[in-house]
Design a protein around this ligand. Structure first.
Ligand code: NAD
Ligand code: UDP
Length: 381
């Protein structure tokens, strides 16, 4: 029997041009599309490392996935591939906080300038666009500017797509260049919709985490590279080093398991009438912790996974300047309001932080512990 969408309409297979589809989120989306749908993926990225396991010609879906090794900055094939697809999903970005300070130009170009042709090609060719924005576009919370006695009220931290203001720090704090570039792209998409009828959906991820996120420094990434917090803490745990808490790990985040998040993206793909014209927060407000609490939880879970005493694992406070360099700023807290996605798509996250850390740290241990043991056994030069 043909699969139907939320309105009972049959789901017809579509071809999806997935820009940045070789990254963390892209790899999970490709896996889902290949194993559970009849859709076709035309994947564009500068690297296929995270999806090579899906590209083997002997796999049953081999005819439904193709990879184009391309940098969208300077490749004229982009328009042809957008034209050849029914839907474009744009995931391409520089989105690692350590890069915002050290590669500010690349950050602005990648999150704004490089997205402009993608949006233009979708408008001109009447193609649907699902664009990945970020929860970071809201910037700092109102709560962080209030006197201490008002700070406990969750309403001052709840971020609503169609209501909340955007509060960015000064130009010298280059974290906000990422937020500002993403914000401009959202506004450009909205303007194309308003003036030229672009069919769009904007996704705002709130700290999606899981296997294949970023890299482990010195194993599948540069040894002096700084990935996002899940990979930083995993790296520390794998090496038996203290987990570094930036400015004491006071900032708070809501963490969403990437596999729950991909269910939401699939609903957007299969329900265009419900998703077009909307901006969706996609997060898990029930999984809120401070970064310090995250570190403590990861220590507890990893000790069980790797069968080592939790007492051998520890945390260490570091200043943001020592860790990221001068000019770093942080988001204090981000709680997604879930009203729009619940109403439009009936989506709810399912996986608790304990469960998602358990499966993710099992993956990290299985994937990396051997390589790290070998590296640590080498005599130092
Ligand atoms: P990622 O870095 O793993 O994936 C991005 C991919 O884009 C990478 O594979 C990269 O090689 C590719 N890319 C970048 N520039 C490119 C170019 N010029 N040409 C071709 N490919 C290019 O990051 P991710 O976590 O998968 O994030 C995907 C999107 O979601 C990004 O837009 C990011 O800003 C957004 N986002 C993610 C999160 C999260 O929780 N993971 C949070 C907020 C926003
Ligand atoms: N962080 C930390 N130690 C690390 C890496 C990150 O304390 O080794 C903190 C960082 O300062 C921020 C939070 O963890 O407060 C989340 O950082 P991440 O890079 O994952 O992304 P963000 O949510 O800030 O975009």
């Amino acid at each position: 029997m043909a699969k139907v969408n939320l309105d009972g309409k049959p789901i017809t297979p579509v071809s999806i041009c997935m820009i940045g589809g070789g990254g963390f989120i892209g790899s999970h989306l490709c896996e889902k599309l290949m194993s559970e749908t009849s859709h076709t993926a035309i994947v564009i990225d500068v690297s296929s490392e995270k999806i090579n396991y899906l590209l083997d010609k002997s796999l049953p879906w081999a005819k439904r996935i193709e990879f184009h090794h391309m940098n969208i900055k300077n490749d004229s094939r982009l328009e042809t591939l957008v034209k050849a697809s029914d839907l474009t999903i744009n995931l391409a970005a520089i989105c690692t906080p350590a890069d915002y300070n050290t590669r500010p130009l690349d950050t602005i170009f990648s999150n704004f300038i490089d997205a402009i042709p993608v949006i233009k090609f979708c408008t001109e060719n009447n193609k649907r666009l699902i664009h990945f924005s970020t929860c970071e576009v809201f910037g700092k919370t109102i709560g962080s500017f209030l006197p201490e006695e008002y700070r406990k009220e969750p309403q001052y931290y709840m971020l609503k797509e169609d209501v909340s203001p955007c509060i960015f720090g000064p130009v010298q704090k280059q974290r906000w260049s990422y937020a500002c570039a993403k914000q401009m792209t959202d506004r450009l998409i909205y303007a194309e919709h308003a003036e030229n009828g672009l069919k769009f959906t904007i996704v705002r991820p709130y700290n999606w985490i899981g296997p294949r996120m970023d890299f482990i420094p010195g194993v599948d990434g540069p040894s002096d590279g700084v990935p996002r917090v899940l990979a930083c803490f995993s790296n520390n745990l794998l090496r038996g080093e203290p987990l570094k808490l930036v400015d004491g790990g006071r900032s708070q985040r809501t963490f969403l398991y990437v596999k729950d998040a991909i269910e939401a993206v699939l609903l957007m793909i299969d329900n265009p009438d419900r998703a077009n014209g909307h901006i969706f927060n996609v997060g898990n407000p029930d999984n809120e912790v401070s970064v310090k609490q995250l570190a403590e939880l990861m220590i507890k879970v990893y000790a069980k996974v790797a069968d080592v005493p939790a007492s051998s694992l520890s945390t260490l406070d570091v200043t943001s300047e020592d860790f990221y360099g001068k000019g770093y700023d942080d988001s204090d807290r981000r709680i997604p309001d879930m009203t729009i996605i619940t109403k439009q798509l009936g989506w709810k996250p399912r996986t608790s932080l304990d469960e998602l850390l358990d499966s993710t740290l099992q993956y990290q241990h299985q994937t990396y512990s051997h390589a790290i043991k070998k590296e640590l056994a080498k005599p130092s030069t």
